[in-house]
Design a protein around this ligand. Structure first.
Ligand code: AMP
Ligand code: MG
Length: 429
């Protein structure tokens, strides 16, 4: 692939137009924008081996093939008595002689013969000759004789060797995001190290003459640069390697310098501000020289203007300036793009759940809205309501929210009690 300005320029636009029949950069639906972005991206190269614990939040570069059966042996799923299923009498009680005990980690060494049983603990290896466990609560005892009532099934309460993971079979697929379950699973295979994709390098900066840095005293007309903090948080949680480039003033030379520096070092460059009407013309001219960037007006609220494309070797996301719009466009477009670039496989879209809505919401068809919502439980029933002010500059609405209420493109106003689509913001730890 070439990244010289002219060729690359037409590459992206062509690719997008060829995979979309109704491409209109001034009125893209959320779905089309998402599709367009993902159609351009493929995973970065680069693999490293890390200790299993360090793979948390990383993406597996190779299938993990199980070197052993898990569990390694047939073992008991319950505390009780291990016996031969063939000994069980279907219609009357079965009397067996207890000949020993099997503990987890300390097996019963002998063979259990017909008419015998062994007291067994959960996780203990099934003694030779046995294939069935009867739980301790149902038996009666008479000295060393164990009395099993009728109705117990041969083969019950036994975990078979290889039932979790069979030796030689893939236990985890390349592209899997490592969560606590995967850490445990790899540990259960005895693995100390694993191959993961390298981290994505993401450079980000804020643009605007009005931006002040935290710690300074605000002058008239200034606002603190909060976007770099929300972006930092979202990117850090995604496990990216961060290049924080600070605030860049709205002047051509500084912006050009920043774009060149960012794209030389990063896989992805993310900016906020500078893509709204007026500012866009200016950024457009600059970015047209440096790469191929498409300016979009997306039919959504908040987050209407957005730029996407390539600068040098890096992918570029020009997010709007409004603090809520930054977060919404990040979650709706950048998140999935970064996962795709990072090599994550499977369906990792944020699930949309249907939940009854307690609030009325005014909405006109023709754009997708992402209202900030609070999922709450009342009278044993989960429902959702909107946070207070929904202004795209009101970051408090994001902080109060635990979900987005997604009002689809064609949808009109919502009456209390209607089902709405909801995206939960946080997963389990
Ligand atoms: P822009 O897209 O640059 O026109 O900015 C839109 C609005 O978002 C303006 O009110 C800006 O002051 C505000 N804004 C832009 N960048 C930031 C930032 N980094 N932190 C907080 N507010 C911002
Ligand atoms: Mg600005």
């Amino acid at each position: 692939m070439t990244h010289s300005n002219g060729d690359a320029m037409n590459d992206i636009k062509k690719k997008i137009i060829s995979c979309m029949d109704d491409y209109d950069p001034d009125a893209l639906t959320v779905e089309k924008a998402r599709e367009a972005i993902l159609a351009c991206l493929s995973p970065i190269e680069g693999v490293e081996r890390v200790a299993v614990r360090s793979s948390l939040g990383r993406i597996l570069a190779e299938d993990v093939i199980s070197p052993i059966d898990v569990p390694a042996h047939d073992n008991s799923a319950m505390d009780g008595y291990a016996l031969r299923g063939a000994d069980l009498k279907p219609d009357c009680e079965t009397r067996l002689r207890e000949v020993g005990v099997a503990y987890a980690g300390r097996a019963y060494e002998g063979e259990v013969k017909p008419g015998e049983c062994v007291r067994i603990m959960t996780g203990a290896v099934m003694p030779r000759g046995t294939d069935t466990v009867v739980i301790q609560e149902v038996v009666d005892r008479d000295g060393d004789v164990v009395i099993v009532p009728p109705g117990e099934k041969p083969g019950q309460n036994v975990r078979s060797a290889g039932e979790d993971l069979a030796s030689g079979k893939p236990a985890l697929k390349a592209g899997t995001l490592v969560r606590p379950a995967e850490l445990g699973l790899m540990a259960s295979l005895g693995m100390a190290e694993v191959a993961v994709r390298r981290r994505l390098r993401v450079a980000f900066f804020s643009t605007g003459d009005e931006l002040a840095s935290v710690g300074s005293v605000l002058k008239e007309g200034e606002v603190y640069d909060s976007n770099r903090y929300t972006l930092y948080g979202m990117l850090a949680r995604m496990g990216a390697e961060l290049i924080d480039m600070g605030v860049v003033r709205d002047d051509r030379a500084s912006l050009e310098q920043a774009f060149l520096q960012a794209s030389a070092h990063a896989d992805v460059v993310i900016t906020s501000g500078g893509v709204s009407v007026g500012e866009a013309d200016y950024t457009r001219e600059l970015l047209e020289r440096l790469g191929e960037v498409l300016f979009w007006k997306i039919a959504m609220k908040p987050g209407r203007p957005m730029a996407f494309g390539r600068i040098g070797k890096a992918w570029f996301f020009g997010l709007p300036g409004n603090p809520v719009a930054v977060m919404v466009t990040f979650y709706q477009f950048v998140r999935d793009a970064l996962f795709t670039l990072a090599g994550r496989g499977g369906d990792f879209r944020v699930p949309l759940l249907q939940v009854p809505c307690a609030s009325a919401m005014r909405k006109r068809p023709g754009r997708t809205e992402f209202q900030r919502g609070i999922l709450y439980c009342e009278g044993g029933r989960w429902q959702v309501r909107v946070t207070g002010s929904q202004g795209s500059g009101v970051l408090r609405s994001m902080s109060e929210a635990n979900c987005f209420i997604v009002l689809e493109h064609e949808r009109g106003s919502v009456q209390p009690g209607e089902l709405v689509s909801v995206q939960v913001m946080d997963g389990l730890v």
